[in-house]
Design a protein around this ligand. Structure first.
Ligand SMILES: Cc1cc2nc3c(=O)[nH]c(=O)nc-3n(C[C@H](O)[C@H](O)[C@H](O)COP(=O)(O)OP(=O)(O)OC[C@H]3O[C@@H](n4cnc5c(N)ncnc54)[C@H](O)[C@@H]3O)c2cc1C
Length: 492
């Protein structure tokens, strides 16, 4: 059978820094109605808009700007929103001016980095978007093993710059996801069992808070913010750059995808569960149930990031020789190749829907439920997982805002389709499938949350960290300017 080999996303890795002066002056701008935090509209005078635009180095995109259409779209086309204006920021200075403008006018404000929000939180209808896409660049200092990342950068850029120095840190599994959104919400990835969540590796953040202050958050400067930004999402300000601690790692890993027909899924997943539970921390094993050319399969993707590939071959043999595989793509390959291997499965511009939850363990009953349900929605969704444990557990649950350290796996269902006419039916089928799966789970990963997740759901999910997050929100964003996120209210 013809199988998808690992293909890169053709990601442009050059910085998109516009070499020009201040944005082209806006003239004769008409007054613009913009949605407010209170839910109404405010009419912003044309002259104020002109003054604001003139203060930026990047462009202020109104709906008639030639870049507006291209810029307004996010990855998930289910959120086809038309903001009233988009501030296309080129640096912290633009971000500060945009935050001041948003606060002074009480605007409904969305923050967009990589644009991969499942729940569409990085855009809004009729409001104001602070867009960081132009703020790209990663600088690695190998002598102290640090990476400095501009907040609009994508994960592929981070991985690429680190690999040249045989360094790495945890990043997600699709290379065109934004590093900022992923890190602020936690950040699972193929190296997470070895190095912890992406946010566990942040030495410092630079950010603009709701009152327009530019702050640094590290263990020694504003440590309360450093705590909250590691798992608390975009609640406390707009992060303009992130400093990551890096680790030595062989840039060639042993990894790839194994596939079995679905009729072996019960046995494969039990074997997978047992191996994943006992795996060394240099191993990441993620399972999926997926459709290919109309047929259902169970897959396991392995990543052995340890230096000793002979040891890795020996350890993975028990998986590769289990049952009768239909495809075995495990081989030595550049880590960055594995990191972009799944990009083509999640193209920009389709309509996506997802549900997820943490599981403490994959029980035999749970596995049976996943496998029994899967063929009932032909060719619609994929079940996928993140492999937790190991280094994810090394950070105490109250040492950062990220609340759920003790779980074994994240289990999610996920589907994408092009034609919006299918949306209602597909979403209904996904909801019905999730009603069956949800009882197996406890809590959810906020970065995979769907748009139906309500404030109370997020609050509960932050668990014992919630009250501390509320106090932090009251201190740094008492008006809840940054509310389009896994929101924490400034008071209970
Ligand atoms: C295809 C795909 C694959 C994924 N794979 C993984 C994975 O392997 N591991 C994992 O952990 N997650 C994964 N995710 C989830 C991912 O972590 C979230 O979608 C994350 O929010 C994406 O970040 P972004 O910058 O691209 O998002 P955006 O849509 O730009 O932003 C999402 C939210 O993050 C906040 N935000 C973003 N940037 C900033 C900033 N600079 N300052 C303040 N707030 C900010 C805002 O609240 C915003 O609403 C994946 C998502 C997708 C769509």
């Amino acid at each position: 059978m013809k199988r998808r080999e690992f293909v890169g996303a053709g990601l442009a890795l050059t910085a998109a820094w516009p070499l020009r002066g201040f944005s082209a002056a806006l003239k004769n701008v008409a007054d613009v109605p913009v949605k407010t935090l209170a839910g109404g509209d405010v009419l912003i005078r044309g002259s104020s808009i002109e003054d604001f635009a003139a203060s930026l180095r990047g462009n202020l995109l109104l709906q008639n700007h030639p870049d507006y259409e291209r810029t307004r779209h996010i990855w998930n086309a289910a959120f086809d929103r038309r903001p009233a204006m988009i501030a296309s920021c080129t640096g912290a200075s633009d971000v500060k001016r945009a935050v001041d403008f948003a606060r002074e006018n009480q605007l409904l404000t969305a923050v967009r980095a990589g644009g991969h929000s499942f729940s569409g939180k990085s855009t809004c209808e009729g409001g104001f978007v602070i867009d960081l896409q132009q703020m790209q660049g990663v600088r690695v200092d190998p002598s102290i093993r640090r990476a400095h990342l501009e907040a609009g950068s994508l994960l592929g850029q981070l991985d690429h710059e680190c690999a040249a120095f045989a360094l790495a840190t945890t990043a997600g599994t699709v290379s065109d996801t934004g590093a900022a959104g992923l890190t602020l919400g936690g950040g699972f990835g193929r190296l997470g069992r070895r190095f912890g969540l992406a946010c566990d590796n942040v030495e410092s953040f630079s950010l603009v808070t709701a009152d327009g202050r530019f702050l640094r958050a590290s263990p020694s400067e504003n440590p309360d913010l450093h705590w909250g930004l590691r798992g608390g999402g975009g609640n406390f300000g707009i992060v303009t750059s992130i400093e990551y601690r890096l680790h030595r790692m062989n840039p060639t890993i042993l990894g790839g995808y194994l596939i079995w027909p679905l009729d072996q899924a019960r046995d494969v997943l039990r074997h997978y569960r047992d191996m994943a539970t006992d795996a060394p921390d240099v191993v990441n094993l993620a399972f999926d149930l997926h459709w290919e050319e109309g047929k259902p399969y169970v897959g396991v993707e392995a990543c052995w990031s340890g230096d000793d590939h002979t040891q890795g071959e020996a350890w993975l043999k028990r998986l590769r020789t289990f049952g009768k595989t239909d495809f075995d793509g495990i081989k030595p390959m550049p880590y960055v190749a594995l990191q972009s291997s799944g990009d083509s499965r999640t193209p920009h511009g389709a309509h996506y829907y997802s549900k997820n939850g943490f599981v403490a363990q994959l029980t035999d009953d749970g596995i049976d439920r996943l496998v029994d349900l899967f063929p009932q929605t032909p060719d619609l969704y994929t079940v996928f997982s993140d492999h937790c444990g190991a280094a994810y557990r090394k950070t105490a649950a109250d040492a950062s805002a990220f609340p759920r350290r003790d779980m074994a796996f994240v289990v999610a269902i996920f589907a994408g389709w092009k034609n919006p006419a299918f949306s209602e039916g597909n979403v209904e089928k996904m909801r019905a499938a999730w009603r069956e799966i949800e009882p197996l789970t406890k809590g959810f990963y906020t970065n995979y949350a769907d748009a139906e997740t309500k404030l109370a759901g997020y609050s509960e999910n932050y668990g014992a960290n919630f009250e501390r997050l509320v106090a932090l929100k009251a201190k740094y964003d008492p008006i809840n300017l940054f509310r389009l996120n896994a929101n924490v209210p400034p008071k209970i």
